[in-house]
Design a protein around this ligand. Structure first.
Ligand code: FES
Ligand SMILES: [Fe+2]
Length: 380
């Protein structure tokens, strides 16, 4: 390991015993070092539970969607037995990607030479292979990876030895129960590739401290970041609370206000007046408000390229074209503001004079995220 990478890991390890008042942001190398990026893939994205989608994206037998996780092409598919599976999307013949995009199919057919697989990954047919003495058709299959669902979200883990996800998110699931996320559906989606290291987007989502300056006319009036505050370090996740100016939401977007009112009944009075952002490591966040949840996923495609996926979720009975359009416009207005910050950061971090500055107490969730990195990487 390069000395600079070792020094970076030492810094992360130190964060585990550093008080919040002495916290700094991540050092520039955390966003620039290829070696560190490879370690992140190896120790986070190939070992931890990663949110890859919603159950409704593969709702019926034969429904599938594809995703790249830590360089690994995957297909998430619902079988005829109604079970969701995460399979390797690499053909066992000569490495072609078996299916692309998303869709519904009775079987998975490789577009190169036509090998076909059952929806559970087992090989079904292999063309012109009868002379082969080494094709073991019975045991040939697309490798399957661990998959768990939680509140309607699909999580995948590439590590067969990983601890199960459910106990880890149980407490968080209890806290989110009043929002009924398991009954929510996708109202609108956003799926783009952003220039910038995945952690920049993750950090951006984990604080509201930038609302006044980066979103002065969009988010700040509704969700003033100056009054946001972070909970404590919960190890696998953390909580950021941002006030919700309900009177203003009512005046400017009565549709949202009505929705929030209709779905407030089970939510504690104090929580009704706030958006609760749960930062779930390594790479997803959930912004929970009554009746509406914004869910974000960041998947690294390279050291400075990230697939950023967001979904606006609402209770199924609330879905309607107007609300869906409104949510889409919300993404279209807001996301360019965050995106221009992340790609600029990726450039300026390269300055020879850049160094990690102190964090505000309003950025505590960034520091907790840093500690998570420290826990995952300190013993390697
Ligand atoms: S690579 Fe898939 S059938 Fe040949
Ligand atoms: Fe933002």
């Amino acid at each position: 390991m390069q000395a600079a990478t070792r020094a970076l890991i030492d810094t992360l390890t130190k964060s585990l015993s550093t008080p919040l008042e002495e916290a700094r942001g991540l050092p520039p190398q955390a966003y620039l070092s290829e070696e560190f990026y490879e370690l992140e893939l190896e120790h986070l994205f190939r070992r931890d539970w990663i949110c890859v989608g919603r159950e409704e994206e593969a709702e019926n037998p034969g429904d599938y969607f594809t995703i790249e996780l830590a360089g690994e092409p995957l297909v998430v598919v619902r079988g005829t037995d109604n079970r969701l599976r995460a399979l390797s999307n690499v053909c066992r013949h000569r490495y072609m990607q078996v299916v692309m995009g998303q869709g519904n199919a009775a079987r998975l057919s490789c577009p190169y030479h036509g090998w076909t697989y059952r929806l559970d990954g087992r090989l079904m047919g292999a063309t012109s292979m009868s002379e082969s003495r080494i094709l073991d058709k019975e045991n040939c299959r697309l490798p399957e990876f661990r998959l768990e669902t939680w509140l309607g979200f699909i999580f995948v883990n590439l590590d067969p030895e990983a601890e199960p996800l459910a106990p880890r998110l149980q407490e968080l699931g209890n806290r989110l129960a009043p929002y009924h996320i398991d009954r929510m559906r996708i109202s609108s989606m956003y799926d783009e590739i952003w220039e910038g290291n995945w952690k920049l987007t993750m950090e951006n989502n984990a604080e509201a401290h930038h609302h006044r300056t980066l979103h002065p006319d969009t988010l700040q009036p509704w969700m003033p970041g100056d009054d946001s505050h972070c909970g404590k370090d919960e190890q696998d996740w953390s909580l950021l609370r941002t006030p919700l100016m309900l009177d203003l939401v009512r005046a400017e977007a009565p549709m949202y206000a009505d929705l929030m009112e209709r779905w407030s009944a089970d939510i504690k009075p104090q929580d009704r007046k706030e958006t609760l952002t749960y930062v779930i490591y390594p790479s997803s966040t959930i912004d929970a408000s009554p009746g509406i949840v914004f869910w974000k996923r960041m998947l690294p495609l390279g050291i400075d390229r990230t697939r950023v996926m967001m979904g606006a979720l609402v209770p199924e009975e609330e879905l309607n074209d107007e609300l869906n359009r409104y949510n889409r416009e919300f993404f279209e207005v807001l996301n360019p503001e965050d995106y221009q910050a992340t790609w600029r950061l990726q450039k300026t971090i390269r300055s020879r004079f850049a160094e990690a500055g102190p964090l505000s107490v309003k950025e505590a969730c960034l520091f907790y995220f840093q500690r998570y990195l420290g826990r995952r990487l300190s013993n390697i």
